[in-house]
Design a protein around this ligand. Structure first.
Ligand SMILES: C[S@@+](CC[C@H](N)C(=O)[O-])C[C@H]1O[C@@H](n2cnc3c(N)ncnc32)[C@H](O)[C@@H]1O
Length: 372
């Protein structure tokens, strides 16, 4: 029975899931942007490695290699279809000098590809990267090993770019610290706020540390202009029932949130399959049990209801299309679930909307009113 992940990921399947998500999101973003008028696509890997790879020759199980292959394949496909040339630039940054040397050797071998290698801390190379990505759509991948990074500089860089970013939020790492005091300084740097403790203490006690830090980080990034919407996806430890990390998207485009949930719905099924196979090796998975927290799960539907009522309490009526991004940011659902949830809320007397002709569900142009 074959695993949906390459054998290179044996023992670190969570990295395989991370790379799968990265590839699938980049593919959608590259098609939409290069196919929709952007002349170039810039990929920035701020913490590139190569790190813990099994393929030491070609780095096929690294984030940068997979991103490069994905973007080049979209570029080729679009060029063949439209006859227009698209440009792809790759900026790889790494602090560790031995790894940076490996990146330089790798880049020197890729004669046809525009790769720039930056040695040093990402926080210190942002202006140089800015100069390379002066035009086009920029996708940034932020995948540090821990949480000790200077996010104010990074957030300002992200705010300057026309594009999206994916941040690997190290949940397991953060939960491992028994007291937040022990990492006071590092959290202050991460949250770009020396006075973070008072906001932290105001959050509900039932939340885990990583949930509180994630909440504060998202708010801070938004305040600094690094994205309007920030949905996230949980990656589990493959062998334990424990959260390992979260992939957080930062986007200012409503479509980015829809793409994120589309990718999540595919990748979370694969994550469930991979974890099942580890638990029951050799047994065929006849059907995949939808994960408890998967896209469209009961928990996600409940979150969506709360989010819809929150948006409409703020302003009512709202067009169906205006509700999509904010609700999909809060709840792991897709647009099709949103239509069904609105119908349920109408039946329970919480909202109202008019359907015309043979229309069964709300769609773009349908005005949703809250009933008080
Ligand atoms: C988790 S690994 C990256 C893995 C890679 N993104 C992948 O998925 O294949 C993090 C890398 O970031 C590097 N690093 C740590 N702090 C850094 C910093 N401030 N700036 C740039 N690189 C850093 C580490 O040396 C390590 O190689």
């Amino acid at each position: 029975l074959s695993s949906p992940l390459d054998t290179n990921y044996f023992g670190r399947e969570h990295s395989g899931i991370k790379h799968l998500f990265l590839r699938k999101y980049i593919e959608l973003a590259a098609f939409a942007t290069m196919g929709g008028g952007f002349r170039s696509f810039n990929y920035v890997d701020g913490f590139a490695g190569p790190w813990s790879v099994s393929d030491d020759d070609e780095y096929s199980d690294s984030s940068f290699h997979q991103a490069i292959q994905t973007i080049l394949s979209v570029k080729k496909n679009l060029e063949a279809r439209t006859g227009r040339t698209c440009r792809a630039r790759f900026c790889l940054c790494e602090r560790n000098s031995q790894r940076a040397d490996k990146l330089k050797r790798f880049a020197a071998e890729q004669l046809q590809i525009e790769i720039y290698v930056f040695e040093g801390a990402f926080e210190d190379r942002l202006e140089d990267i800015d100069r390379v990505c002066a035009d086009g759509f920029t996708f940034t991948f932020i995948d540090p090993t821990g949480f000790n990074l200077g996010s104010v500089k990074i957030a300002k860089f992200l705010a300057r770019q026309n594009g999206d970013y994916l941040l690997n939020f190290m949940s397991e790492h953060i939960n491992r610290y028994p007291s937040v005091e022990s990492v006071n300084k590092a959290f202050g740097r991460l949250l770009a706020d020396t006075d973070w403790k008072s906001n932290f203490e105001r959050l509900p006690h039932y939340l885990k540390n990583e949930e509180k830090i994630l909440f504060l980080l998202k708010n801070r990034l938004k305040e600094l202009g690094a994205g309007r919407f920030m949905p996230d996806f949980e990656i589990m430890n493959p062998r334990r029932n424990r959260l390992q990390m979260r992939l957080v998207l930062g986007t200012s485009h409503p479509l980015g949130v829809s793409y994120f949930r589309d990718v999540q719905s595919q990748v979370s099924n694969i994550q469930t399959e991979v974890r099942d196979q580890i638990r029951n090796p050799g047994q065929d998975t006849l059907f995949i049990m939808p994960s408890l927290n998967g896209v469209g799960s009961d928990r996600a539907i409940e979150a969506a209801k709360l989010s819809i009522l929150k948006q409409l309490n703020f302003r009512s009526p709202q067009d169906f299309s205006e509700l999509i991004a904010p609700v999909l940011e809060d709840a792991a659902i897709r647009e099709t679930h949103l239509k069904d949830v609105l119908c349920q809320l109408q039946q329970s007397g919480n909202v109202s909307f008019a359907l015309v002709g043979r229309q069964r569900k709300p769609k773009k142009g349908t005005l949703i009113h809250i009933l008080r």
